[in-house]
Design a protein around this ligand. Structure first.
Ligand code: HEM
Length: 453
């Protein structure tokens, strides 16, 4: 049991060992609210019960919803002896060798291997490639005519993660680009649906996922084999080479089947959420001429502080992944005085922390100045999740978003108007703009100084 001291937790129980209040609506209504009307339902429950309460929903069962930052911080500092990854989780569709499917020491060890090529100095090496991909994709953007930014951003994010993982463009990428969109679409919907214990038909969703997965594995194993046979592997800096050279503390390498699951994990996690985040960024800019003007001015002057603040604010105001989950492993886990029984699901509603007016005044406003000259607070700015499972690609994608936006600003003027905000489309895991982030651009006639394009 942990007995934390919380500075000022919202909704703290008056006595130890209280169960969180339960939503009273019938289970079906709770399920529909959680699955299809999540934002509205959550606001209703928060108004009624506060920032911790219990609902009962399909797949996760009885689940405690938490959006109190102090309680979330407690969860962050809680070890795997009390909290493990939520079940079911996305490892369901990515395979048992995916970091999402691991807990305890195997999880810690795998994260250590994955983190090194996605941080620090390594990020510098990806800058030119991200700029190249953005230029290649935007070369044929139409002028003065509205188009969806989501698909171009999806292609940029996919190409960037493929090149980061495997180094140079490989012949197999073309086939991956064909298979992945339909795999991702189905995998997103099935991510949290428990696998049935019996064999399912070829035409069932599981059958179709299995077929795509076999095709993806064939390609990934071909890439792994080629890399292993490469005499220059020792000097290569791509993530596959780094992972193939890595060893756990006991000297063993990542098993071959896990390697395929993990590569697919990095491809999937590495482009699906980034697509949503980049699309929202442009959706917001179209509606905020003053922000766009400041970004363009700063970009021409060679700065980046306002751009970074804008990206942080976009990730806050349009939270791409709104929930992260854990399962209680220990008996009667004490979360700041609330008693959470063993086996219960804990769901942290990141979006409701970002939406809390006590933390972010006028939370609906898109105002990058909130983050100008100050780093987002790790307790209340949570687009990348929390604690020991916080996104391993957070630094990578922050750099990617910065370079993509900078490259677009250098080459285009984005038209602004008073178009209504795009509604949110839930794709099963991530939230994207419903109309795909419609924008209108014009190519800049004066190329940015010193640039050939
Ligand atoms: C804007 C884009 C992204 C967002 C919003 C995002 C968000 C998240 C969130 C909320 C989690 C769950 C954290 C938790 O359970 O507490 C997560 C986990 C993860 N993300 Fe990301 N992510 C993004 C991009 C990326 C990229 C580019 C990569 C890889 C290059 C990546 C790889 C991962 C992995 C491997 C995990 C699992 C970590 C674990 O279980 O230990 N993500 N991400």
């Amino acid at each position: 049991m942990i007995h934390p001291t919380i500075a000022n937790p919202i909704d703290a129980p008056t006595q130890k060992g209280l169960n969180p209040p339960r939503a009273r609506a019938p289970k079906l209504v709770q399920g529909v609210g959680f699955a299809f009307l999540r934002r509205k339902a959550m606001r209703h429950w928060i108004r009624r019960h506060g920032h911790i309460f219990e609902i009962n929903v399909p797949f996760f069962g009885r689940s405690v919803i938490v959006s109190d930052p102090a309680l979330v911080q407690l969860m962050c500092t809680t070890g795997a002896e009390h909290l493990v990854n939520v079940q079911p989780n996305i490892g369901n569709v990515l395979g048992p060798g995916s970091v999402f499917a691991l807990d305890d020491r195997p999880h810690r060890d795998r994260r250590r291997l994955l983190s090194s090529p996605l941080h620090g100095q390594c990020l510098k090496g990806y800058e030119k490639m991200i700029e190249e991909e953005t230029l290649r994709e935007s070369a044929n953007w139409p002028e003065n005519s509205e188009f969806r930014i989501l698909e171009p951003m999806n292609r940029i994010a996919l190409n960037v993660i493929l090149r980061t993982l495997f180094g140079a463009e490989e012949p197999e990428f073309e086939e991956l680009r064909e298979i992945l969109p339909s795999f991702m679409k189905l995998a997103s919907v099935m991510a949290f649906v428990p696998r049935p214990p019996f064999r399912t038909g070829r035409h069932s969703p599981w059958g179709k996922l299995g077929e795509s997965r076999r095709a993806i594995d064939r390609i990934l194993f071909a890439l792994i084999d080629r890399a292993e046979a490469d005499p220059t592997l020792g000097a290569r800096r791509d993530i596959l080479a780094v992972l193939l050279r890595s060893r756990y503390d006991d000297g063993t390498a990542i098993p071959r089947m896990d390697m395929s699951d993990e590569l697919l994990t990095l491809i999937a996690a590495g482009h699906e959420s980034s697509t949503g985040a980049l699309s929202w960024l442009f959706e917001r800019l179209r509606r905020h001429p003053e922000v766009l003007a400041e970004l363009a001015r700063e970009c021409d002057a060679g700065g980046n502080a306002f751009r970074r603040a804008t990206i942080a604010e976009s990730l806050r105001v349009r939270t791409v992944l709104d929930v992260v989950g854990r399962r209680v492993r220990s008996s009667d886990f004490d979360l700041g005085g609330w008693r959470i029984p063993q086996g219960r699901t804990l769901l942290v509603r990141l979006a409701d922390i970002h939406d809390n007016p006590e933390i972010y005044p006028h939370p609906e406003r898109f105002d990058p100045n909130r983050f100008l000259g100050t780093k987002p607070a790790p307790q209340t700015w949570l687009p990348f999740g929390v604690g020991s499972r916080r996104c391993v690609g957070a630094d990578f994608v922050s750099a990617e978003m910065d370079i993509v936006l900078r490259t677009v600003l250098q080459n285009f003027r984005i038209q602004t108007d008073a178009a209504p905000d795009e509604k949110v489309h839930f794709r099963g895991v991530t939230h994207t703009p419903k109309l795909g982030g419609l924008i209108v651009v014009n190519r800049r006639t004066q190329p940015a100084e010193g640039r050939p394009w």
